[in-house]
Design a protein around this ligand. Structure first.
Ligand code: HEM
Length: 470
C-alpha cells in the first residue's frame, strides 16, 4: 500500500478550513530561532534540510522568518489544494526565483501570470495533446539509442562514466530536436552550453544572500548575458527562417507559430515565441535529466526491482527496440519512474507569494508571505506513506491503490500543473526502457550521492557509474 489514512488526512478531508475571506484570524507564530536573521542563513546553506526539519515538527504548517520575509511551509494536502486550486488567484509567482526567470528567459509560461498566462497556456496547450506528443516518440528513442551506442566503448564493467552528464546530453538532444528540430551536432551543442551557463547563474543568484542585480555588470553576469543573447539570437534566427520559408515544421516551435488562441484568434508574436521556446528548453531538459539520473541510481540500489524491470523489458520487447506501441504494456517500467519521482522529485520545492491576505490551516496568511510546498517533503511524509524512504514501485501501477493528488504531485496540480508532464513521462519510459534493455548499471564503489537542491534536485558531483552490456 502506498498510502495510509491518518488523523491528519481525516482532518484534511473534513474541510474545516475557514474560507479565505472570513474575519481576522490569528497568525501562526514564527518557529523560534536563535539567529538574528531567522532561517535566512540555513535556507541558503541547506534549504532541503530546513524543509525536512519543518516536516519533523509534525505540524500542519510551519512559519519561519528569513530576514524580513515570512515563510509558511505547508504539510497538509487540504492546504496544498487551497493554494493550487481554490485560492490559486491569491497565491502568485511574484517570488525572487520567478522574477529572475522572467529577466533571464522572458515572460514565458513558467513565470507569466493572470490573463496573459491564461492566453499563452490556451495557445500552447494543443501542442501537448497526446497525439502531438506521441509524434515525438521516435526522436526520444533515437537519442537514447545514440547514447547506448556511445556507451558501448565504456561498458566493460570497470570504466567509470558520469550518467548525470549523459542524461543531460540525451534530454537536451530530445528537447532541441522536438522543440526546434535543432541537431546537437550543430546549434544544439551551443544551445546546451548556453543553457547550462544560464541555469548555473540562476542557482547562484537564488542561493546568494545579497545577490548582485542581474543587470549589474559583474563578470558572472556578463557571461550570463552573453549566453542569453546567444540563445535569443539562435531562437530568433530559427523563427525568422521559418517565417521566410513559410514551411510548417512539425516540432513544438512550429506548433506554437501556427497556433491561435481559441478565444481571441490571436497568435504569439516573435518575442513571445522566443520566451516560450527558451522556457520550454529550460523547463524541459534538466528536470527530466535529473529524474532519469535518480532512477538509474535507485535501480543500482535495488537489485530486485532491476530484475523485475529487465524481465518486463525482455518479455515485452523480445530484443527489439522499444516504440510508442509498447508503452502501455511497460507497466512496471512506469511504476519505477513514478516511484523515482516520489523519492527524488526534480521540482522539489514550489514557491508562491500571497498577493493579498489569505487563510491556511487556521492561520491568517498576510499579504506578501512566501508559501513553500515541497513535493520532496510531502512524498516522504510519514502520515501518508508506509516506509516513506523505501523504494517500492508497487505503490504505483495496477496494484498500487489510490494516491492523494495533493500528497503526490511531482508535476504539481491545478491550473499551473506542468504542461510537459505527458511529454516527460513518455520520454522517461522510452529512454529508461532503451537503457535497461541493453545495460546494467552499478554505482562507482565508495560514491555516496549527495543532493544539490537548486532549481531542480540534482546530484552534487554527478553520478559516476560502471556499465556492463546485457
Ligand atoms: C520529470 C520532468 C518534469 C518535472 C518533474 C516537471 C515539473 C514541473 C513543475 C513542478 C511545474 C510547476 C512549477 C510551478 O508552477 O511553480 C512545472 C511547470 C512547467 N513545466 Fe514541467 N516538469 C518536467 C518536465 C517538463 C517538460 C519536458 C516540459 C516541456 C517540454 C516542461 C515544461 C513546463 C512548463 C512550460 C511549465 C509551466 C506551466 C504553466 O505554469 O503553465 N516540463 N513543471
Amino acid at each position: 500500500m502506498g498510502k495510509r489514512s491518518s488523523k491528519r488526512a481525516e482532518l484534511a478531508g473534513s474541510a474545516e478550513q475557514p474560507p479565505a475571506t472570513d474575519g481576522p484570524l490569528p497568525i501562526l507564530p514564527f518557529t523560534p530561532s536563535t539567529n538574528l536573521l531567522g532561517y535566512l542563513g540555513p535556507l541558503q546553506k541547506d534549504p532541503l534540510g530546513v524543509v525536512m526539519m519543518a516536516l519533523g515538527k509534525n505540524e500542519r504548517l510551519v512559519r519561519l522568518r528569513a530576514g524580513h520575509l515570512s515563510i509558511f511551509i505547508l504539510f497538509d494536502p487540504e492546504d496544498i489544494r487551497r493554494v493550487l486550486i481554490d485560492d490559486a488567484e491569491i497565491y502568485g509567482k511574484a517570488t525572487r526565483g520567478y522574477d529572475l526567470i522572467r529577466q533571464m528567459l522572458g515572460d514565458g509560461l513558467l513565470s507569466s501570470e493572470g490573463d496573459f498566462w491564461r492566453r499563452q497556456r490556451r495557445i500552447a496547450q494543443p501542442a501537448f495533446r497526446k497525439k502531438c506528443i506521441e509524434g515525438f516518440a521516435q526522436s526520444m528513442v533515437t537519442a537514447a539509442q545514440a547514447q547506448c551506442d556511445a556507451w558501448r566503448t565504456v561498458a566493460d564493467g570497470s570504466t567509470t562514466t558520469d550518467v548525470a552528464e549523459a542524461m543531460t546530453l540525451v534530454t537536451l538532444q530530445i528537447a532541441a530536436d522536438t522543440l526546434m528540430s535543432a541537431d546537437m551536432q550543430r546549434e544544439g551543442r551551443e544551445v546546451g552550453d548556453a543553457m547550462a551557463t544560464v541555469l548555473e547563474r540562476f542557482n547562484d543568484q537564488v542561493n546568494s544572500a545579497l545577490p548582485w542585480p542581474a543587470y549589474w555588470p559583474t563578470r558572472a553576469n556578463r557571461i550570463m548575458w552573453r549566453a542569453i543573447r546567444r540563445l535569443q539570437s539562435i531562437t530568433d534566427n530559427l523563427i525568422q527562417e521559418r517565417r521566410a520559408s513559410g514551411e510548417q515544421v512539425p516540432d513544438l516551435l512550429g506548433m506554437f507559430m501556427a497556433a491561435e488562441d481559441p478565444e481571441s484568434g490571436e497568435r504569439m508574436d516573435d518575442l513571445q515565441l522566443r520566451a516560450e521556446a527558451l522556457t520550454m528548453l529550460a523547463a524541459g531538459h534538466e528536470t527530466t535529466a535529473n529524474a532519469l539520473t535518480w532512477t538509474l541510481y535507485l535501480l543500482t540500489q535495488n537489485p530486485d526491482a532491476t530484475a523485475q524491470l529487465e524481465e518486463e523489458l525482455d518479455r515485452v520487447l523480445a530484443g527489439r527496440a522499444v516504440s510508442l506501441s509498447d508503452v502501455e504494456a511497460l507497466t512496471f517500467t512506469r511504476s519505477v519512474i513514478d516511484e523515482s519521482l516520489r523519492l527524488y522529485p526534480p521540482g522539489w520545492m514550489i514557491t508562491r507569494r500571497a498577493m493579498r491576505d489569505g487563510a491556511l490551516g487556521g492561520s491568517r496568511i498576510p499579504k506578501g508571505s512566501y508559501i513553500f510546498l515541497s513535493p520532496y517533503a510531502m512524498h516522504r511524509h510519514p502520515d501518508y506513506w508506509t516506509d516513506p524512504d523505501t523504494f517500492d514501485p508497487s505503490r504505483f501501477g495496477p496494484e498500487g491503490g489510490d494516491i492523494d493528488r495533493h500528497v503526490y504531485f511531482p508535476f504539481l496540480r491545478g491550473q499551473r500543473q506542468c504542461i510537459g508532464d505527458r511529454f516527460a513521462l513518455l520520454e522517461m519510459t522510452l529512454v529508461l526502457a532503451t537503457f535497461a534493455q541493453q545495460f546494467r548499471f552499478t554505482l562507482e564503489p565508495g560514491h555516496q550521492p549527495e543532493l544539490e537542491p537548486s532549481l531542480t534536485l540534482r546530484p552534487r558531483n554527478g553520478m559516476p557509474m560502471r556499465l556492463t552490456a546485457r
